[in-house]
Design a protein around this ligand. Structure first.
Ligand code: 3HC
Length: 699
């Protein structure tokens, strides 16, 4: 017999309908069914005067059950359930706590009243899944808080706290305990018949008279959301709230929801939602394995990266010590951390006083003995193997037993670093992306001997820092940079063969990346790659020529582009064009016009091919982990789901054929389709099929 997911209890005239569907009380079919049945019984029971809608477990409902999207709809739909609460002849009160999201909030807005605990947060995050709120959210929220605030909340998908919700009119009271608070609230409403949210028009009046303020708020909300369909649909639907009557607005919302939910963008965004969570699951790791508690952390190296990592600890509430070799470098590092916090406070990203609060957790020392206090040490020194080995050997001598010893290397061999210690099980890579305090991706690199305990701890620390951790294997460049190297090679080739930086960047931008590869190179500094190439004895003719001329990118005002008087806006430079043409001629390459489609293919397919090799070698556990790496670390547009998801959409046979063509044209065997890619294509399968197998193995 299936578990009961909705309970009904009646006590002293109050019916409590409680959803009990762990972990997040999603509103799947059984819950919707149970809600209608419980409400019908409560409404028919003459002893019931008031109905409280509650949830058991850790949170009020997080919304519709996302796993049901893309499957045939089953009655009753969520909108029908909400309509039943809305039309109920007895007052209905939603008792909110935890996170009330999406359909959960829409259901709460279908009730006549809402109370919430002080720590409760609520929001309509459907836009993050490529959707708009599809169960009345775009029609009821504007009626409660006004269309301007509603459009901002719905397009951003951000949550608001109980206090702000009360001030805005989204809830009616802040209470100490949800159910008791709702019962107490019930006694205050007396016998006055409740006003349904749909009938509350007062907050729409201003926008009806003059929509200018709404249009400004809407334009502001969508300003940076290039290429995505959902935000525009959110705006249109909130606008309907004051230009149409409620029923028409609801019908239009529903039609837009159905269009979006069946589209590729929402599919991609839902894929990333689940991929991010799946990435935390490590096959073979005992489910009860507890991460070690990190009471004190240390970071070796107070450079930009080390400082950013220290900030992550402080942001997570973990005291952290920055360790440097000299006082001057240490002070510079600490000053940089303080300044970064100050900038965030000035921009309003952090509240006033945050700098002092966070800096209270950050200390500095030149005394290595202090490393003995740390439960986790992250080394962020220069990228030099000998230096890292020396640091880890020294660290081994002072660090406490069981401490996690991590390196922030972006390329070096974790096993070689671990071998400098007598405790390789405790050593792993924690590869943060620059700027380390901002970028969400954290590649956790496991070495040959790294223990599950160390990995579990690194994942937990990453999550506490607000990062998206992905566990990867040990190889040159790990997952992200290894794939990026393929794109970088193609970039150089495209320039030599006939393209210009601005053409390539425009194609990549149009695809949805926030920046093209050449503008990105200029931002990061072209000298970094130049130095690595020299060290490895390899060349990239055009990039080398630029560097030889001191064109290192933004920091020298010139790189692939020109940056006039400190500007960060790349301007195409005729000098660069001349240099490129000259280099092609010098190397005997006849330049040709290269179409945008070819550029796009070469900017994506060789990377997808490398992803297949990474999977063949077991460097990534599953294709969706690679998607998470690219979405959170390299700006792959979330609405395109990541390289593996995108490859499945394009179709692997097409990608294999194009790679064959490009491998033939360039003579680069690295571009030749990987065996796995070929095999999947021949079997009519996609990356998603291996994802399913990996999921079964993890379970
Ligand atoms: N449907 C189905 N499963 C869900 C879910 C949902 N709405 N929300 C979370 N889950 C699952 C997760 O996949 C995860 O499953 P797993 O353990 O098998 O990996 C489990 O619940 C726990 O989730 P988290 O690991 O994310 O737990 P946290 O405590 O870190 O976060 C949360 C909780 C803030 C609620 C977060 O899960 C979240 O943001 N959920 C999505 C909320 C959302 O987007 N709601 C809108 C849904 S769309 C909708 O309602 C449409 C409507 O307008 C018609």
């Amino acid at each position: 017999m299936s578990r009961q997911v909705v309970h009904l209890d009646v006590d002293q005239g109050v019916a409590i309908i409680a959803i009990d569907n762990p972990p997040v009380n999603a509103l799947g079919h059984a819950v919707r069914d149970g809600l209608v049945e419980a409400l019908t019984r409560a409404e028919a029971d003459p002893a019931v005067k008031v109905i409280v809608l509650a949830c058991r477990g850790r949170t009020f409902s997080a919304g519709a059950d996302i796993t049901e999207f893309g499957t045939p709809p089953r009655d009753p739909g969520l909108h029908e359930v909400i309509e039943r609460f809305d039309e109920c002849s007895k007052p209905t009160i939603a008792a909110l706590f935890g996170t009330t999201l999406g359909g959960g909030l829409e259901l709460a807005m279908g009730c006549h009243y809402r109370v919430a605990t002080e720590s409760a947060r609520m929001g309509l995050p459907e836009v993050k899944l490529g959707l708009l709120p599809g169960a009345g959210g775009t029609q009821r929220l504007p009626r409660l808080i006004g269309p301007e605030k509603a459009v901002t909340a719905i397009v951003s998908g951000k949550m608001i706290g109980a206090k702000a919700a009360l001030a805005d009119g989204l809830i009616d009271a802040v209470v100490a305990e949800p159910v008791q608070g709702a019962v107490d609230f019930a006694h205050t409403i007396g016998t006055t018949s409740p006003v349904r949210v749909r009938d509350r028009d007062e907050k729409l009046a201003a926008a009806k008279a003059d929509p200018a303020a709404f249009e400004r708020a809407a334009a502001d909300a969508v300003k940076r959301l290039r290429g995505i369909e959902a935000p525009a649909a959110c705006v249109e639907s909130v606008r309907n709230a004051f230009t149409m009557d409620f029923e028409a607005g609801l019908a239009a919302e529903r039609a837009m929801f159905m269009r979006l939910v069946t589209g590729d963008q929402s599919r991609a965004q839902r894929h990333v939602f689940f991929a991010e969570r799946e990435a935390q699951k490590i096959p073979g790791m005992a489910s009860g394995l507890k991460p070690a508690a990190i009471g004190q952390a240390a970071v070796i190296g107070a450079g930009t990266m080390g400082g950013g990592i220290a900030m992550n600890f402080a942001n997570a509430g973990v005291p952290v010590t920055l360790v440097e070799t000299g006082e001057a470098a240490l002070q510079r590092g600490l000053d940089r951390v303080r300044e970064t916090y100050d900038i965030s406070v000035r921009r309003g990203a952090l509240p006033a006083g945050a700098t002092e609060a966070r800096m209270a957790l950050v200390s500095g020392t030149t005394d290595w003995a202090r490393l003995a206090e740390a439960d986790m040490v992250i080394e962020a020194a220069f990228e030099e193997m000998d230096l890292k080995k020396e640091i880890f050997a020294r660290l081994d001598g002072v660090a406490k037993s069981g401490a996690v010893l991590a390196t922030n290397t972006s390329t070096l061999d974790i096993d070689a670093i671990a071998a400098a210690t007598a405790r390789p099980a405790d050593v792993l890579g924690m590869h943060f992306f620059s700027p380390a305090n901002v970028m969400k991706l954290l590649e956790i690199v496991r070495g040959r001997d790294t223990s599950h305990q160390a990995i579990a701890t690194a994942i937990a620390v990453g999550k506490a820092m607000g990062k998206v951790p992905v566990v990867v294997g040990n190889c040159d460049g790990f997952v992200g940079n290894r794939m990026l190297a393929r794109r970088t090679t193609e970039c150089e080739r495209l320039l030599l063969e006939g393209a210009l930086p601005q053409q390539v960047d425009a194609v990549v931008l149009k695809f949805g990346f926030p920046m093209g590869p050449f503008a990105m190179g200029d931002l990061a500094g072209l000298d970094v790659g130049w130095r690595i190439r020299k060290h490895r004895g390899v060349t990239a003719p055009i990039s080398d020529v630029l560097c030889e001329q001191g064109r290192f990118g933004q920091k020298t005002g010139r790189g692939y582009y020109l940056y006039e008087s400190g500007s960060r806006t790349p301007t195409p430079d005729p000098e660069v064009e001349a240099l490129i043409i000259e280099t092609s001629a010098r190397l005997g390459v006849t330049r040709r016009a290269i179409g945008d489609q070819e550029i796009l293919e070469r900017m994506t397919y060789p990377m997808i091919n490398e992803a297949a090799r990474i999977l063949e070698e077991g460097i990534a556990i599953r294709p969706s982990d690679i998607d998470v790496v690219w979405v959170y670390g390299y700006g792959w547009p979330v609405w395109r789901g990541g390289p593996c998801f995108h490859a499945d959409l394009v179709g692997l046979p097409e990608i294999v054929a194009r790679l064959e063509h490009y491998a033939g044209a360039s003579g680069d065997e690295g571009v030749r389709p990987a065996a796995l890619l070929r095999q999947l294509a021949e079997q009519g399968k996609g990356f998603a099929d291996i994802g399913k197998d990996a999921k079964a193995a993890a379970a």
